[in-house]
Design a protein around this ligand. Sequence first.
Ligand SMILES: NC(=O)C1=CN([C@@H]2O[C@H](COP(=O)(O)OP(=O)(O)OC[C@H]3O[C@@H](n4cnc5c(N)ncnc54)[C@H](O)[C@@H]3O)[C@@H](O)[C@H]2O)C=CC1
Ligand SMILES: CC(=O)C(=O)O
Ligand SMILES: [Mg+2]
Length: 377
Amino acid sequence: MIIGVPGEIKNNENRVALTPGGAAQFIGMGHRVLIEKNAGIGSGFTNEAYQEAGAEIIEDAAKVWADAEMVMKVKEPLPSEYDYFREGLILFTYLHLAAEPSLAQALKDKGVTSIAYETVTEGRTLPLLTPMSEVAGRMAAQIGAQFLEKPKGGKGILLAGVPGVNRGKVTIIGGGVVGTNAAKMAIGLGADVTIIDLSAERLRQLDDIFGNSIKTLMSNPINIAAAVKEADLLICAVLIPGAKAPTLVTEEMVKAMNPGSVIVDVAIDQGGIVETVDHITTHDNPTYEKYGVLHYAVANMPGAVPRTSTMALTNVTVPYALQIANKGVVRAIHDNPSLKAGVNVAKGEITYEAVARDLGHGFVPVEVVFEREFSVN
Ligand SMILES: NC(=O)C1=CN([C@@H]2O[C@H](COP(=O)(O)OP(=O)(O)OC[C@H]3O[C@@H](n4cnc5c(N)ncnc54)[C@H](O)[C@@H]3O)[C@@H](O)[C@H]2O)C=CC1
Ligand SMILES: CC(=O)C(=O)O
Ligand SMILES: [Mg+2]
């Protein structure tokens, strides 16, 4: 198979979908890998390093998209890339379609087989989301701490406090991978940490992991309102896989926060959980202020630490991509239910139920879309 890796074009997105080591794995199995010139530079991988691994460096993105059978990316394609879509192309990347209706429509219209990293599912885990959630969770505490500093627009508190002065309060809504990693860092910074989740089982696990260093609360509007009001730093980390994120923090709750408090809405890539987060922000211009509260809503947080993130992401994506390259996409999704759960759009249909529901499109299961191919496989 010919695998194409265009450079990322989102604001300050310095990750790349394959390392030279990852490229070498495909080439060792007889595949061709096309890398857009300089696509790896932001992550510290030179064109020469890819060439030494056996990959071909291609001058422009259009040719990578045109010649590849499978395009591997990091972030969802932006509108300027929609013209590259074509029938039969395999696209393997983060898609976040519930928050990207125009992208979903373009993938349908052009018949792209679109596999979203964020819905590949193994048991109860999302193995291709996990490493980036680890990165974003760890960053969320670190970024929140910075924006609480006065020169950055915050209220001017140190999360650790000092002897004789209170520690800062961090409220984390959603105690999954992002929430757990944010908690690790916030505890390390010395903050007073509360985690809210909807799952009693998850709250029990968090209590086992962190013991007395955190407080846990069941997710309901009253607990959320109280914990948001007292938070210096609010970290939002809820996920319903594939679906648009629910609005759990209302405008009234934000108004009740103290001026100079900070919200980091990590769930923004699925639309965010805060009513006053009305747009995505960028690494260039990461915050805006509303009701005296700083709002941070960057949808590609790991893009700011590309060296770590590219390696962490490709560690997990390459084994799945190799299955697609070695077996062909139909056979690979037929044989592997985890990969099948990643298929969001195929043959002009939305094949992931939560995405179809949230976008108001019809839903057609993967098995139905590929009924004929599966029956002969
Ligand atoms: N902005 C960025 O750069 C990045 C964003 N993310 C996003 O962060 C979000 C969280 O991801 P993960 O932690 O990996 O998901 P996860 O599935 O590990 O955790 C989500 C948690 O939310 C909880 N939850 C669901 N409904 C809830 C409710 N109503 N109230 C409270 N808790 C609720 C679940 O029980 C679960 O523990 C996702 O939207 C993910 O795409 C991840 C990486 C980077
Ligand atoms: C998960 C995601 O959206 C990211 O890593 O950018
Ligand atoms: Mg996005």
